[in-house]
Design a protein around this ligand. Structure first.
Ligand code: GLN
Length: 293
Protein backbone atom coordinates (compact mmCIF):
# COMPACT_ATOMS: atom_id res chain seq x y z
CA UNK A 1 0.00 0.00 0.00
CA UNK A 2 2.54 2.61 -1.16
CA UNK A 3 1.33 6.16 -0.65
CA UNK A 4 2.63 8.21 -3.52
CA UNK A 5 0.71 11.38 -4.45
CA UNK A 6 -0.35 9.72 -7.71
CA UNK A 7 -1.76 6.62 -6.09
CA UNK A 8 -5.51 6.20 -6.31
CA UNK A 9 -6.35 3.57 -3.77
CA UNK A 10 -10.08 2.92 -3.86
CA UNK A 11 -11.94 1.32 -0.96
CA UNK A 12 -12.05 -1.99 -2.84
CA UNK A 13 -8.35 -1.91 -3.63
CA UNK A 14 -7.48 -1.08 -0.04
CA UNK A 15 -9.64 -3.96 1.21
CA UNK A 16 -8.18 -6.46 -1.24
CA UNK A 17 -4.61 -5.43 -0.49
CA UNK A 18 -5.17 -5.52 3.27
CA UNK A 19 -6.88 -8.90 3.16
CA UNK A 20 -3.83 -10.40 1.48
CA UNK A 21 -1.45 -8.63 3.88
CA UNK A 22 -3.40 -9.85 6.93
CA UNK A 23 -3.63 -13.37 5.50
CA UNK A 24 0.15 -13.52 5.17
CA UNK A 25 0.50 -12.04 8.68
CA UNK A 26 -1.62 -14.93 10.01
CA UNK A 27 -4.73 -13.04 11.17
CA UNK A 28 -7.73 -15.29 11.76
CA UNK A 29 -10.28 -13.24 9.78
CA UNK A 30 -8.22 -11.16 7.34
CA UNK A 31 -11.06 -9.71 5.26
CA UNK A 32 -13.20 -8.82 8.28
CA UNK A 33 -10.28 -7.18 10.11
CA UNK A 34 -9.55 -4.95 7.09
CA UNK A 35 -13.21 -3.96 6.79
CA UNK A 36 -13.51 -3.10 10.50
CA UNK A 37 -10.40 -0.93 10.40
CA UNK A 38 -11.34 0.87 7.17
CA UNK A 39 -14.90 1.52 8.36
CA UNK A 40 -13.41 2.93 11.58
CA UNK A 41 -11.14 5.31 9.68
CA UNK A 42 -13.91 6.37 7.26
CA UNK A 43 -16.35 6.73 10.19
CA UNK A 44 -19.01 4.58 8.56
CA UNK A 45 -20.67 1.22 9.18
CA UNK A 46 -18.80 -1.78 7.81
CA UNK A 47 -21.75 -2.63 5.55
CA UNK A 48 -21.58 0.86 3.98
CA UNK A 49 -18.14 0.04 2.55
CA UNK A 50 -19.93 -2.14 0.02
CA UNK A 51 -21.66 0.88 -1.51
CA UNK A 52 -18.40 2.82 -1.60
CA UNK A 53 -16.02 0.42 -3.34
CA UNK A 54 -15.00 3.04 -5.94
CA UNK A 55 -14.49 5.90 -3.50
CA UNK A 56 -10.93 7.05 -2.92
CA UNK A 57 -10.24 7.91 0.74
CA UNK A 58 -8.22 11.07 1.38
CA UNK A 59 -4.47 10.96 1.96
CA UNK A 60 -5.05 11.54 5.70
CA UNK A 61 -7.52 8.67 5.88
CA UNK A 62 -5.15 6.39 3.97
CA UNK A 63 -2.31 7.27 6.34
CA UNK A 64 -4.47 6.55 9.37
CA UNK A 65 -5.62 3.27 7.83
CA UNK A 66 -2.09 2.21 6.93
CA UNK A 67 -0.94 2.88 10.49
CA UNK A 68 -3.73 0.68 11.92
CA UNK A 69 -3.11 -2.05 9.34
CA UNK A 70 0.57 -2.23 10.24
CA UNK A 71 -0.24 -2.48 13.94
CA UNK A 72 -2.87 -5.16 13.38
CA UNK A 73 -0.45 -7.04 11.13
CA UNK A 74 2.05 -6.90 14.00
CA UNK A 75 -0.44 -8.67 16.25
CA UNK A 76 -2.33 -5.88 18.05
CA UNK A 77 -6.00 -6.88 18.44
CA UNK A 78 -8.39 -4.96 16.20
CA UNK A 79 -10.70 -4.31 19.18
CA UNK A 80 -7.93 -2.37 20.95
CA UNK A 81 -7.07 -0.44 17.80
CA UNK A 82 -10.63 0.80 17.28
CA UNK A 83 -11.45 0.89 21.01
CA UNK A 84 -14.62 -1.15 20.94
CA UNK A 85 -16.07 -4.64 20.54
CA UNK A 86 -19.51 -6.10 19.88
CA UNK A 87 -20.88 -8.45 22.50
CA UNK A 88 -24.40 -9.89 22.50
CA UNK A 89 -25.27 -7.30 19.79
CA UNK A 90 -24.22 -4.38 22.01
CA UNK A 91 -21.10 -2.27 21.53
CA UNK A 92 -18.66 -1.92 24.42
CA UNK A 93 -15.77 0.50 24.80
CA UNK A 94 -12.58 -1.52 25.21
CA UNK A 95 -9.10 -0.52 26.35
CA UNK A 96 -5.95 -2.61 26.69
CA UNK A 97 -6.66 -2.63 30.46
CA UNK A 98 -9.44 -5.22 30.00
CA UNK A 99 -9.97 -8.54 28.28
CA UNK A 100 -11.67 -8.29 24.88
CA UNK A 101 -15.19 -9.76 25.18
CA UNK A 102 -15.42 -13.13 23.45
CA UNK A 103 -18.43 -14.84 21.89
CA UNK A 104 -18.18 -17.83 24.28
CA UNK A 105 -18.81 -15.51 27.23
CA UNK A 106 -22.29 -14.83 25.80
CA UNK A 107 -23.21 -18.21 27.34
CA UNK A 108 -23.08 -16.53 30.78
CA UNK A 109 -25.49 -13.84 29.60
CA UNK A 110 -27.98 -16.30 28.10
CA UNK A 111 -27.98 -18.40 31.29
CA UNK A 112 -28.28 -15.35 33.57
CA UNK A 113 -31.25 -14.09 31.53
CA UNK A 114 -32.90 -17.52 31.80
CA UNK A 115 -32.41 -17.65 35.59
CA UNK A 116 -33.52 -14.06 36.28
CA UNK A 117 -36.55 -14.10 34.01
CA UNK A 118 -37.98 -16.97 36.10
CA UNK A 119 -38.26 -14.72 39.16
CA UNK A 120 -41.56 -13.05 40.03
CA UNK A 121 -39.80 -10.20 41.92
CA UNK A 122 -36.90 -7.92 40.93
CA UNK A 123 -33.72 -10.02 40.85
CA UNK A 124 -30.14 -9.34 41.83
CA UNK A 125 -26.88 -10.36 40.26
CA UNK A 126 -23.16 -10.09 41.03
CA UNK A 127 -20.85 -10.06 38.03
CA UNK A 128 -17.43 -10.96 39.40
CA UNK A 129 -14.28 -10.12 37.38
CA UNK A 130 -16.44 -7.84 35.26
CA UNK A 131 -13.66 -6.35 33.07
CA UNK A 132 -15.37 -4.11 30.51
CA UNK A 133 -18.65 -4.86 32.29
CA UNK A 134 -20.04 -6.67 29.25
CA UNK A 135 -21.81 -9.52 31.09
CA UNK A 136 -23.44 -7.49 33.87
CA UNK A 137 -24.38 -4.60 31.60
CA UNK A 138 -25.91 -6.84 28.92
CA UNK A 139 -28.05 -8.59 31.54
CA UNK A 140 -29.14 -5.22 32.97
CA UNK A 141 -30.07 -3.99 29.48
CA UNK A 142 -32.29 -7.05 28.92
CA UNK A 143 -33.88 -7.30 32.39
CA UNK A 144 -35.23 -3.89 33.34
CA UNK A 145 -35.66 -4.41 37.09
CA UNK A 146 -32.50 -6.36 37.96
CA UNK A 147 -29.92 -4.75 40.23
CA UNK A 148 -26.33 -5.63 39.44
CA UNK A 149 -23.09 -5.46 41.38
CA UNK A 150 -20.11 -5.51 39.00
CA UNK A 151 -16.67 -5.92 40.57
CA UNK A 152 -13.11 -6.28 39.40
CA UNK A 153 -9.71 -6.17 41.11
CA UNK A 154 -8.52 -3.67 38.49
CA UNK A 155 -9.52 -0.02 39.10
CA UNK A 156 -9.06 0.62 35.35
CA UNK A 157 -11.57 -2.11 34.55
CA UNK A 158 -14.06 -0.78 37.11
CA UNK A 159 -13.81 2.74 35.64
CA UNK A 160 -14.37 1.39 32.13
CA UNK A 161 -17.29 -0.79 33.23
CA UNK A 162 -18.89 2.29 34.85
CA UNK A 163 -18.45 4.21 31.59
CA UNK A 164 -20.00 1.37 29.57
CA UNK A 165 -22.89 1.14 32.07
CA UNK A 166 -23.59 4.85 31.61
CA UNK A 167 -23.43 4.53 27.80
CA UNK A 168 -26.00 1.74 27.95
CA UNK A 169 -28.08 3.70 30.49
CA UNK A 170 -28.09 1.06 33.21
CA UNK A 171 -25.88 2.96 35.66
CA UNK A 172 -28.87 3.57 37.95
CA UNK A 173 -29.15 -0.22 38.52
CA UNK A 174 -25.54 -1.33 38.13
CA UNK A 175 -22.92 -0.53 40.75
CA UNK A 176 -19.24 -0.87 39.80
CA UNK A 177 -16.72 -1.42 42.62
CA UNK A 178 -13.13 -2.54 43.02
CA UNK A 179 -13.04 -5.91 44.81
CA UNK A 180 -11.04 -9.12 44.67
CA UNK A 181 -13.22 -12.06 43.60
CA UNK A 182 -16.07 -12.51 46.14
CA UNK A 183 -14.81 -9.99 48.71
CA UNK A 184 -17.92 -7.93 49.35
CA UNK A 185 -17.16 -4.26 48.61
CA UNK A 186 -17.66 -1.94 51.61
CA UNK A 187 -19.73 0.57 49.63
CA UNK A 188 -22.33 -1.96 48.39
CA UNK A 189 -25.69 -1.26 50.03
CA UNK A 190 -27.71 -3.70 47.90
CA UNK A 191 -28.81 -7.24 48.75
CA UNK A 192 -26.66 -9.52 50.94
CA UNK A 193 -27.50 -12.62 48.88
CA UNK A 194 -27.78 -12.66 45.10
CA UNK A 195 -30.03 -14.61 42.74
CA UNK A 196 -27.23 -15.02 40.20
CA UNK A 197 -23.45 -14.82 40.29
CA UNK A 198 -21.66 -14.67 36.94
CA UNK A 199 -17.89 -14.88 36.53
CA UNK A 200 -15.46 -15.09 33.66
CA UNK A 201 -12.38 -15.07 35.88
CA UNK A 202 -8.77 -15.48 34.79
CA UNK A 203 -8.31 -19.20 34.08
CA UNK A 204 -5.22 -19.59 31.90
CA UNK A 205 -2.38 -21.57 33.55
CA UNK A 206 0.72 -19.46 34.17
CA UNK A 207 2.92 -21.54 31.88
CA UNK A 208 0.41 -22.00 29.02
CA UNK A 209 1.17 -20.37 25.70
CA UNK A 210 -1.53 -18.05 24.37
CA UNK A 211 -2.25 -16.87 20.83
CA UNK A 212 -0.23 -13.89 19.60
CA UNK A 213 -3.18 -11.47 19.83
CA UNK A 214 -3.89 -12.59 23.41
CA UNK A 215 -0.36 -11.46 24.42
CA UNK A 216 -1.67 -7.89 24.19
CA UNK A 217 -4.39 -8.56 26.77
CA UNK A 218 -3.74 -7.98 30.49
CA UNK A 219 -2.14 -10.95 32.27
CA UNK A 220 -4.18 -9.98 35.34
CA UNK A 221 -7.34 -10.93 33.41
CA UNK A 222 -5.92 -14.20 32.12
CA UNK A 223 -3.43 -15.91 34.43
CA UNK A 224 -4.53 -17.90 37.47
CA UNK A 225 -1.70 -19.98 38.91
CA UNK A 226 0.07 -23.15 37.75
CA UNK A 227 -3.17 -24.88 36.66
CA UNK A 228 -5.29 -21.79 35.98
CA UNK A 229 -7.70 -22.79 38.78
CA UNK A 230 -6.80 -20.24 41.50
CA UNK A 231 -9.76 -17.89 40.92
CA UNK A 232 -12.29 -20.57 39.93
CA UNK A 233 -11.50 -22.42 43.19
CA UNK A 234 -11.98 -19.32 45.35
CA UNK A 235 -15.24 -18.38 43.65
CA UNK A 236 -16.70 -21.91 43.94
CA UNK A 237 -15.65 -22.03 47.61
CA UNK A 238 -17.18 -18.65 48.57
CA UNK A 239 -20.23 -18.47 46.29
CA UNK A 240 -22.70 -20.41 48.51
CA UNK A 241 -22.34 -17.72 51.21
CA UNK A 242 -23.47 -14.94 48.87
CA UNK A 243 -26.09 -16.81 46.81
CA UNK A 244 -29.76 -16.92 47.73
CA UNK A 245 -31.34 -20.36 48.21
CA UNK A 246 -31.94 -21.69 44.68
CA UNK A 247 -29.61 -19.01 43.27
CA UNK A 248 -27.30 -19.83 40.37
CA UNK A 249 -23.53 -19.66 40.00
CA UNK A 250 -22.61 -19.26 36.31
CA UNK A 251 -18.92 -19.79 35.63
CA UNK A 252 -16.82 -19.68 32.49
CA UNK A 253 -13.70 -21.86 32.47
CA UNK A 254 -10.97 -23.01 30.10
CA UNK A 255 -10.55 -25.93 27.77
CA UNK A 256 -9.90 -29.08 29.84
CA UNK A 257 -11.02 -27.61 33.20
CA UNK A 258 -14.60 -28.96 33.19
CA UNK A 259 -13.90 -32.02 35.35
CA UNK A 260 -12.02 -30.02 37.98
CA UNK A 261 -14.76 -27.38 38.08
CA UNK A 262 -17.48 -30.05 38.38
CA UNK A 263 -15.58 -31.85 41.17
CA UNK A 264 -15.05 -28.64 43.15
CA UNK A 265 -18.72 -27.69 42.85
CA UNK A 266 -19.89 -31.11 44.01
CA UNK A 267 -17.25 -31.45 46.77
CA UNK A 268 -18.17 -28.08 48.33
CA UNK A 269 -21.57 -29.50 49.25
CA UNK A 270 -23.49 -26.24 48.71
CA UNK A 271 -24.63 -26.98 45.16
CA UNK A 272 -26.63 -29.52 43.22
CA UNK A 273 -24.81 -31.36 40.42
CA UNK A 274 -23.79 -28.65 37.91
CA UNK A 275 -24.83 -28.48 34.28
CA UNK A 276 -21.89 -28.06 31.87
CA UNK A 277 -22.42 -26.08 28.67
CA UNK A 278 -20.36 -26.29 25.48
CA UNK A 279 -19.35 -23.28 23.37
CA UNK A 280 -19.65 -22.79 19.59
CA UNK A 281 -16.52 -24.88 19.10
CA UNK A 282 -18.09 -27.71 21.09
CA UNK A 283 -15.63 -27.18 23.97
CA UNK A 284 -16.93 -27.50 27.54
CA UNK A 285 -16.90 -23.85 28.57
CA UNK A 286 -19.34 -22.95 31.35
CA UNK A 287 -20.99 -24.41 34.44
CA UNK A 288 -24.41 -23.69 35.91
CA UNK A 289 -24.59 -24.63 39.60
CA UNK A 290 -27.73 -24.11 41.69
CA UNK A 291 -27.32 -23.49 45.42
CA UNK A 292 -29.08 -26.31 47.21
CA UNK A 293 -28.66 -25.54 50.89
N1 GLN B 1 -10.84 -17.36 26.85
C1 GLN B 1 -9.65 -16.59 27.08
C2 GLN B 1 -8.50 -17.16 26.28
O1 GLN B 1 -8.39 -18.33 26.15
C3 GLN B 1 -9.27 -16.57 28.54
C4 GLN B 1 -10.24 -15.78 29.32
C5 GLN B 1 -10.04 -15.91 30.77
O2 GLN B 1 -8.98 -16.27 31.29
N2 GLN B 1 -11.08 -15.59 31.44
O3 GLN B 1 -7.71 -16.42 25.77
Amino acid sequence: MKDSPKSKWSVLELLNWTKEYFRRAGLAQPRLAGEILLAHVLECERIQLYTRFDQVPSATQRRAFRNLVLRAGGGEPVAYLIGRKEFYSLTFKITPGVLIPRPETEILVAEALAQLSRLTRPGSMWDVCTGSGCVGITVAVHIPNVSVLATDISPKAVALAAENAATHRVDDRLCCCVADLLDRPGDWSGPVCFDVITANPPYVADGDEVARAVLHEPALALRAGPDGMRCLEAIIRDAPQVLAQGGALLLEFGCGQADKVRDLIVAGGGFAEPRIIRDQQNIERAAVAIRSK
